[in-house]
Ligand binder design. Structure first.
Ligand code: OGA
Ligand code: ZN
Length: 369
């Protein structure tokens, strides 16, 4: 049946048979006219300042599966496909193949519960690649197995997603015990659970650590779901959660050529109040400069979060083997490692980052089919 059309003072209401009701303000209809988008690029070419805010259609009708509108002025008409306009009705988000419901996990997931994908399977199929992208996004972590023993093997997987995110540590980086390190990761020391580069205006999204060798004594990896920790903190100690999601703290990385600083809250919420990000790195938290009156409350909350990340209920421990690559959302999942003894064998990881936007873009493009 043809949907019902009602013309009001400020716009149109369309009622579909299945109960869907769309409200379409005239200004939106004029601005969204499909002919106002560039035929090649799909970008909006229409100039909003050429029409008044209170524009009204002179005529509106539904015919032949389309909504037709006539606007004041010389022969200006719009035609909207009815299915298209239903799918794009205002007040709801555009459907997104990259939107997933995160699976919050704790220690009970176990190392064997981390999604795994074989490099050859990923290489052979876009569908398998997309499933892996979605799974990794759901859990915030996965392991790619069976990578060739080549410097570029892990990077090839990352590059298939999108552009690598270059940082002051380079487009890619080698995690090894090095002389004269500018970063604790480049020592043989233990690293407690943390997220990388919280000192950046936007910390990198997904991190890739391709294990080329892990033959030294020690050097096991740890992971925890920062969003699960933060949500538990909200339930157990709402005051601490409030402090950590509202008080901005300074982060800083500096060496002889770099001094990168940023202020952010350790827990970041999205518009719906859900935890969207955790920025947690005690090594590069700068000297705390918050109001002295608020200082002890901040430390109380911060220590509580830190203590949770050290507790066994969240941490998954595993030891990466050569040919494995761990991939994780650096803005959600915390990572760490045990100390290792470089005199007992080689340990070398090749790292890179790909931001969340590139990740989601690849999911959407593959999902187009
Ligand atoms: C890092 C890091 C972990 C590891 O490079 O940021 O945390 O296992 N490395 O060496
Ligand atoms: Zn790190």
């Amino acid at each position: 049946m043809t949907p019902q059309l009602e013309t009001g003072a400020a716009g149109l209401t369309i009622r579909w048979d299945d109960g869907t009701v769309g409200q379409f303000p005239f200004i939106w209809l004029r601005d969204t006219d499909p002919s106002g988008f560039h035929p090649d690029t799909g970008e909006r070419a229409f100039d909003l300042t050429t029409i008044p805010l209170d524009i009204r259609a002179e005529d509106a009708a539904i015919e032949g599966g389309a909504l037709r509108l006539r606007w004041p002025g010389a022969d200006v008409e719009s035609r909207f496909d009815l299915n298209w306009i239903k799918a794009h009705r205002p007040g709801q988000r555009r459907s997104d193949p990259a939107a997933v419901t995160p699976v919050r996990w704790r220690n009970s997931l176990g190392a064997e519960g981390i999604p795994r994908a074989d490099a050859a399977t990923l290489a052979a199929s876009d569908d398998a690649f997309c499933e892996w992208l979605l799974d990794t996004k759901r859990y915030g972590v996965s392991i790619v197995t069976g990578l060739a023993d080549e410097l570029e093997a892990g990077l090839d997987v990352a590059r298939r997603i999108g552009h690598l995110r270059e940082t002051n540590f380079g487009l890619t980086f080698d995690v090894e015990s090095k002389p004269d390190p500018n970063n604790l990761a480049y020592t043989a020391d233990a690293l407690p659970l943390h997220t990388d580069l919280t000192n950046q205006e936007m910390p990198p999204g997904y991190q890739f650590l391709h294990c080329l060798a892990n033959e030294a004594v020690g050097g096991g990896s740890t992971f925890c779901d920062g969003a699960a920790v933060a949500e538990d903190l909200r339930a157990q100690n709402p005051e601490a959660f409030e402090v950590l999601s509202t008080v901005e703290v300074p982060f800083r990385f500096y060496d002889s050529v770099t001094d990168i600083r940023s202020r952010k809250t350790m827990i970041v919420l999205d518009d719906d109040g859900a935890v969207s990000e955790v920025c947690f790195n005690a090594h590069i938290a700068d000297v705390l400069d918050i109001d002295p009156e608020a200082m002890v409350a901040f430390y109380r909350a911060y220590r509580e979060l830190m203590a949770l990340t050290r507790g066994p209920q969240y941490t998954i421990a595993l030891k990466l083997c050569g040919g494995e690559m761990v991939v994780f959302d650096n803005r959600r999942v915390l990572h760490g490692r045990e100390a290792f003894d470089p005199s007992t064998g080689r340990r070398r990881l090749r790292g890179a980052y790909v931001d969340r936007g590139e990740w989601d873009s690849r999911i959407r493009v593959i999902s187009r089919g």
